[in-house]
Design a protein around this ligand. Structure first.
Ligand SMILES: NC(=O)C1=CN([C@@H]2O[C@H](COP(=O)(O)OP(=O)(O)OC[C@H]3O[C@@H](n4cnc5c(N)ncnc54)[C@H](OP(=O)(O)O)[C@@H]3O)[C@@H](O)[C@H]2O)C=CC1
Ligand SMILES: O=C(O)CCC(=O)C(=O)O
Length: 451
């Protein structure tokens, strides 16, 4: 990096760190973007003068609130609730809600920041936001989850709306939680609108929203593979996670002819050398979505599989890796192991799953590497399609939604290639996604003045 560009990055980050002390995930997300954008911003002085990136990195609004609820023993429990409304330059705030014990402002600000760029990449009119709570749904009864969701929404409903801020699911928030939150929203506001996405099919949800993030990640990977005359056919795939994104990435990769050999959760991973076929995946979906069990039970059911307690799946030999669990779940050493084992494509289903050291290793070794904000954008894109169907009070067929999702993922890939191709022809999808995502938001902010 040239000296004056490095200086811009260093100064920018010094300011971010001073203004947001201790928020290391937020610093990490901003740093990656500033590194990509610095040369572009320095060539366009109006962006500097109007402090466009500085404003994008400062949330428009953050709501923090108390979430008191009664557990099954009749005792009061108290959690923290948040909504980070990051940027509304191109549409209402849009982004998921995360329920996990690790949730804090740093994590939600990094996610809301990434979401702003991701939503812009979808080409749909959605701003960026993210919310959540440090509530841990694991081990809670359905009634406890319902009471928590109702209390969370009792406050959140004041701040959201179909034209203001439209939350959806994320880690720990799936169809069950969206149902409880939507029910409470409707009761308090006396309106049936598309204020949440990820709703059930019979009450305003879109076909394919549950599948969309995992499917979309595979569609994006397909495009990357095609640039080297490759495809999923006959490839071995390692996937982390076993939640929503991992399940449907596994389903689509298998449909496209690959053999998926790993899934994981926060306790460990399973390796199935024969592959996780449709029947085995149906078992995982029941285990995880209905019985809320642990992935180690897979190895008890299928003796050909081995369970590795406390480990991540990145030492397994694979052609394609798809991290689909959480942030910073793939470090520099694990990236080197993947590369040494012949992995040539990494498509992120999770948000920021690779550490900066891992990303550097992927780029230095010229892998096909896509950051989550590009390859997992199919989830929020289909949420955007759900919003459109809700506004029209119409429902599209699964085929129609799949075709739109597929074409959005192709368009995002094309935008990354356009803005990320270097002089040697290597596509740096990190730069491509950051520059393409930034331009639309930046132009809108320039047009809208100092707001
Ligand atoms: N759902 C969506 O539409 C979208 C999700 N994403 C991103 O995809 C990722 C997965 O989300 P989703 O599948 O919806 O969430 P789920 O809650 O459905 O699944 C999360 C999975 O990741 C595992 N996991 C969570 N935290 C950790 C951790 N600290 N270490 C190891 N494993 C962990 C979970 O294991 P355990 O059960 O043990 O916690 C679980 O298997 C997240 O990064 C999310 O932000 C991105 C775009 C859209
Ligand atoms: O569907 C949505 O609105 C948000 C999905 C999400 O949280 C994400 O893209 O990270």
């Amino acid at each position: 990096m040239e000296k004056h560009v490095q200086k811009y990055v260093d100064d920018f980050m010094a300011d971010i760190i001073a203004r947001n002390p201790g928020e290391k995930e937020f610093h990490q997300a901003v740093h990656e973007v500033v590194e990509s954008l610095a040369p572009y911003i320095l060539e366009n002085p109006v962006l500097q003068k109007m402090k466009v990136l500085e404003r994008i990195a400062e949330p428009e609004r953050i709501v923090m609130f108390r979430v008191p609820w009664l557990n099954d023993k009749g005792e009061i429990e108290i959690n923290k609730g948040y909504r980070v409304e990051m940027n509304s330059a191109i549409g209402p705030y849009k982004g998921g809600i995360r329920f996990h014990s690790s949730v804090n402002l740093s994590i939600l600000k990094f996610l809301a920041f990434e979401q702003t760029f991701k939503n812009s990449l979808t080409t749909l009119p959605m701003g960026g936001g993210k919310g959540g709570s440090d509530f841990n749904p694991k081990g809670k009864s359905d009634n406890e989850v319902m009471r928590f969701c109702q209390s969370f929404m009792t406050e959140l409903q004041r701040h959201i709306g179909a034209n203001t801020d439209v939350p959806a699911g994320d880690i720990g928030v799936g169809g069950r939680e969206i149902g409880f939150m939507f029910g409470q929203y409707k009761r308090l506001r006396n309106e049936f609108t598309g204020t949440l996405t990820g709703k059930g099919l019979g009450w305003g949800g879109s076909p394919l929203r549950p599948e969309a993030t995992g499917y979309g990640t595979c569609y994006f990977a397909q495009e990357m593979l095609a640039t080297r005359g490759e495809s999923f056919k006959g490839k071995t795939v390692a996937i982390s996670g076993s939640g929503n994104v991992a399940q449907y990435a596994c389903e689509k990769a298998t449909q496209l002819g690959a053999k998926v050999v790993t899934l994981s959760d926060s306790s460990g991973y399973i390796y199935d050398p024969k592959g996780i076929d449709a029947d085995k995946l149906a078992y995982v979906m029941e285990l995880k979505n209905i019985f809320r069990g642990r992935i180690k039970e897979y190895a008890e059911k299928y003796p050909e599989a081995t369970y590795y307690e406390g480990q991540r799946p990145w030492s397994v030999k694979c052609d394609i890796a798809m991290p689909c669990a959480t942030q910073n779940e793939l470090n520099g050493d694990e990236a080197q192991t993947l590369i040494a084992n012949g992995c040539f494509c990494v498509a992120e289903g999770a948000n920021m799953p690779s550490t900066p050291e891992a990303i550097k290793a992927f780029l230095d070794n010229k892998l096909l590497y896509s950051p989550g904000k590009a390859s997992n954008a199919g989830g929020v894109a289909t949420s955007g399609l759900e919003m459109t169907q809700n506004s029209m009070r119409l429902s599209w067929s699964p085929q129609e939604v799949d075709q739109k999702l597929h074409s959005i993922m192709k368009d995002i890939h094309a935008a990354c290639v356009k803005y990320g191709t270097g002089p040697d022809g290597y596509v740096n999808y990190v730069n491509g996604a950051n520059i393409a995502g930034f331009m639309k938001v930046a132009n809108a902010m320039l047009a809208q003045g100092c707001v």
